[in-house]
Design a protein around this ligand. Structure first.
Ligand code: TEU
Length: 545
């Protein structure tokens, strides 16, 4: 394994179900990932973040784990996983496992035992509450509806912040914590190199009281969360050469500094999602909205500055399996030219920031939202719940489909586009979810051949991060924050300064008079001169200090 500071790493996220199918059953598998390791090595990434591969009823595509120690049969066997880790390591690629320990599936043995009787030793693994008049609190599930589900057998309600089949674990119970640490240690011994912890800032529930809103304030960054994470660290990966990242829902900079400052021994780094809510009108996801560019810049920069100053560490990303494709979202996929230009500029704008860059499968070739036209094409539980809810509120089907086209998590879950053959080379069978119909033009095979492709920009950006300490360790200086089209900042490290300019509009833009762009070009997209930058153009320049 190459020895390097983990902070110089670039991570590639794989959603196995949609990555590469070798059995023809229409769903991707672990062998399919092994087949594509050479491609990932070519791209130059350091880590694979593998979304959950454990045994699961797959109501939430694996985020509902029924056995933490078993591999989901659809993905393959434990031996396949062993081979994947080995083959990845041979190519200097590390494996980061996704682990969901805020909740388990209701199919998990613990939950099955817990609902047998109120005296079950597993009862206290979850949150069961009795209540005479309906649910114990008015908290809402993140997937819609009340967050408590009535269990007839024992006449009590259990808490589920996500789907009804995802029951929240009670971390206040020390037995639960010990059981979870054992699981984490099992996978460390197995040979994985890191973890992504799902919604890990929700593990400490505060008081169970009615909320004026939807309940978030009681369990987000809850009262014992830092204590629990420190304990997790000390009992498992702490003092081992492992990279960890916590997914933090609706969090704050202050908490994230605490989660990721190495002195506190909690996690290595944090994901936050505030910058991906800038197209939620009044905070509402299920409504059509335009991105607020000023808000986007402000949020990104506040987090860049705040986390850097606090000695924490950001994960930086535009895409994941819960988010629409960034090129369709903050870029423009309405023509081939605009798609390519905007995908590259978005990549450059992000990869010059401070933190660990994440690339979600297909992002590196500029994959777009599939623009599904009928509800039958959607698979995601959250999207289907939203569809039914909005319908019950009287919205027309057409209007709801337009919202899903913009917001659904399925936008990122369509098959990885490998080539121009049927199903984009993803499967020889019938895919579990339709392929975007632009796969004949947008695919890996095509992108490899074209030295001007989005893929080659990503490859170059990964290489730049490995070669230049300024990207890892340099501080950041936001510039021209009021500008309506340009995202501009500088990175400074020792005697070096890099200037980054990205045009987030499709129109040519006149550069501010006092913006001096003299220096050596590091990377460029489109045309740039002292006066103008082309639509969706971007440039990185090493300038005199
Ligand atoms: O997601 C947590 C989460 O709150 C959101 O990303 C959520 O999926 C979405 O934004 C709701 O609008 C994590 C996983 O990434 C996601 O796939 C799981 O469904 C969820 O946890 C539950 O485990």
């Amino acid at each position: 394994m190459k020895e390097q500071d983990w902070r110089k790493s670039v991570v590639y996220q794989i959603y196995p179900k949609s990555f590469n199918d070798t059995t023809g059953n229409g769903e991707g598998d672990l062998k399919g990932i092994i087949e594509k390791l050479d491609y990932l090595q070519f791209l130059g990434i350091d880590y694979i973040w593998l979304t959950p591969i454990y045994e699961s009823p797959m109501n939430d595509n694996g985020y509902d784990i029924s056995n933490y120690l078993k591999v989901n049969e659809n993905f393959g066997t434990l031996d396949d996983f062993k081979l994947l880790v080995k083959e990845a390591h041979q190519r200097n690629i590390k494996i980061m496992m996704d682990i969901v320990i805020n909740h388990t599936s209701t199919e998990h043995q613990w939950f099955k035992e817990a609902i047998k009787s109120k005296d079950s030793p597993y009862r206290d693994y979850y949150f069961f509450r009795s209540s005479e008049e309906g649910p114990p609190t008015n908290w809402e599930s993140k997937f819609g509806g009340n967050a408590w589900k009535y269990d007839e057998q024992t006449d009590e309600y259990y808490l589920h912040l996500f789907d009804v089949t995802q029951a929240d674990l009670n971390w206040d119970n020390p037995d639960v914590r010990q059981a979870l640490y054992k699981i984490v240690n099992h996978w460390i011994d197995f040979g994985v190199d890191g973890f992504r912890f799902d919604v890990i800032n929700l593990i400490s529930k505060g008081e169970f009281k009615d909320s004026k809103k939807i309940g978030k304030e009681f369990y987000t960054d809850g009262p014992r969360v830092h204590e629990f994470l420190h304990e997790l660290n000390q009992n498992t990966f702490g003092n081992k050469d492992m990279m960890t990242v916590g997914e933090m829902s609706s969090t704050t900079i202050d908490h994230c500094v605490k989660y990721s400052n190495p002195n506190r021994q909690e996690l290595s780094s944090v994901f936050n999602f505030h910058h991906l809510k800038v197209d939620y009108p009044d905070g509402e996801k299920w409504a059509k909205g335009k991105m607020d560019f000023h808000q986007l810049k402000e949020i990104l920069m506040n987090w860049q500055l705040g986390i850097y100053e606090g000695g924490g560490w950001n994960a930086i990303f535009w895409c994941n399996h819960d988010q629409p494709r960034v090129v369709s979202r903050f870029g423009d996929d309405s023509s081939e030219e605009l798609r390519q230009a905007s995908a590259k500029t978005l990549a450059i704008a992000l990869h010059m920031l401070q933190g660990t860059p994440y690339i979600y499968q297909g992002e590196e070739i500029g994959m777009t939202n599939p623009h599904f036209k009928s509800i039958e094409e959607y698979r995601d539980i959250e999207s289907l719940n939203a569809f039914h809810y909005l319908k019950s509120q009287g919205y027309s089907e057409q209007h709801i489909l337009e919202i899903l086209d913009q917001k659904s998590r399925d936008n990122s879950r369509t098959p990885m586009q490998w080539d121009d053959s049927e199903n984009a080379g993803f499967t020889s069978g019938e895919s579990w979810i339709a392929t975007a119909d632009n796969y004949q033009k947008i695919n890996v095979e095509q992108a490899m051949k074209d030295s001007e492709s989005v893929l080659h920009t990503y490859k170059a950006l990964i290489n730049l991060r490995h070669q230049n300490d300024i990207l890892t360790y340099g501080n950041i200086e936001p510039m021209y924050m009021d500008h309506n089209q340009l995202f501009v900042y500088r990175r400074h490290y020792r005697h070096q300064t890099w200037l980054i300019i990205a045009n987030f509009s499709k129109d040519e833009v006149t550069l501010p008079d006092d913006l001096d762009i003299s220096g050596d070009t590091i990377i460029q997209n489109g045309t740039v001169n002292q006066h103008k930058i082309s639509g969706f153009g971007a440039i990185v320049i090493e300038t005199a200090k």
